[in-house]
Design a protein around this ligand. Structure first.
Ligand SMILES: CC(C)(COP(=O)(O)OP(=O)(O)OC[C@H]1O[C@@H](n2cnc3c(N)ncnc32)[C@H](O)[C@@H]1OP(=O)(O)O)[C@@H](O)C(=O)NCCC(=O)NCCS
Length: 227
């Protein structure tokens, strides 16, 4: 079966006026609503990265690219960004000083990067992990790394389907953090098959993953840092 190429792009958040200049009216209004400077920077850089990468892939000027963000649940405009009329699918994520975009042609993709935090892993694990995953986590020396690896894989899956965190993370059972990433079982309204998972290298203190709704093996191409 032919491999499916998955292009992984990274940037560092920066509220640069040249990036801000590419926002459309809706994005500009959203930018203004962010209270914290770091949230503004992550948002602007994400949309700049999406326009830059998709402009290269489509041959269209970045300024002409308009994303739809229809929510499948309520019809509001806060869903997964998509480029209408294109076979390209992309997924954006940002955390700490990482902005991630994964691009795939001909299949739906989800991506997630998580900065490891000192939040209470035990109580978060009950909301995110199955009992079997919780058992694996308890045996790990670096439980913070293990928990964030689980989290990023599951969030990537739910971003590939477009459900986001509106769907249950405990309905998904993925392989252990030190095993090759794969879905062991998935139930509930968001469940989909076939699906491929990949762990991404986001550097120390971060976990990241991509999920693609395909049965083809993934070939992950890490593109050098954009900004
Ligand atoms: C999507 C979601 C998982 C993002 O979580 P997060 O960890 O805060 O953020 P991340 O940085 O990983 O991802 C954010 C990006 O995901 C993308 N995104 C937004 N909604 C998405 C969805 N439903 N599916 C896939 N991607 C989505 C956007 O590109 C967004 O960044 P941007 O708006 O700056 O461009 C979370 O916001 C969510 O679950 N939203 C949906 C909730 C929902 O549908 N509720 C019901 C409403 S009626």
């Amino acid at each position: 079966m032919p491999v499916l190429e998955c292009a992984v792009h990274w940037a560092r958040p920066d509220d640069d006026p040249r990036m801000r200049d590419l926002l459309d009216e809706g994005e500009r209004a959203r930018y203004e609503r962010f209270m914290r400077a770091e949230d503004k920077a992550r948002f602007v850089t994400g949309r700049w990265l999406a326009r830059t990468v998709l402009a290269e892939a489509t041959g269209r000027p970045p300024r002409d690219l308009r994303f739809t963000t229809d929510c499948p649940h309520c019809g509001g405009s806060h869903g997964k960004p998509r480029l209408p009329g294109s076979d390209l699918d992309f997924s954006l994520s940002h955390s700490g000083d990482r902005v991630l975009l994964v691009l795939v042609e001909g299949a739906a993709v989800g991506a997630d990067v998580e900065q490891e935090s000192d939040r209470d892993i035990n109580s978060l694990a009950r909301m995110v992990l199955t009992d079997a995953e919780g058992e694996v986590l308890r045996t790990m020396d670096d439980r913070k790394r293990g928990f964030h690896a689980y989290w990023s894989r599951k969030e990537a899956l739910l971003k590939a389907t477009g459900h986001g965190l509106a769907a249950s993370m405990t309905a998904i059972h993925v392989s252990g953090p030190d095993e090759p990433p794969e879905v062991v079982a998935w139930e509930g309204e968001a469940a989909v098959s076939p699906v491929r998972l990949a762990d991404l290298d986001a550097g120390p203190g971060y976990a990241a993953a991509a999920a693609v709704l395909t049965d083809r093996p993934l070939k992950v191409n890490q593109v050098p840092l954009r900004y």
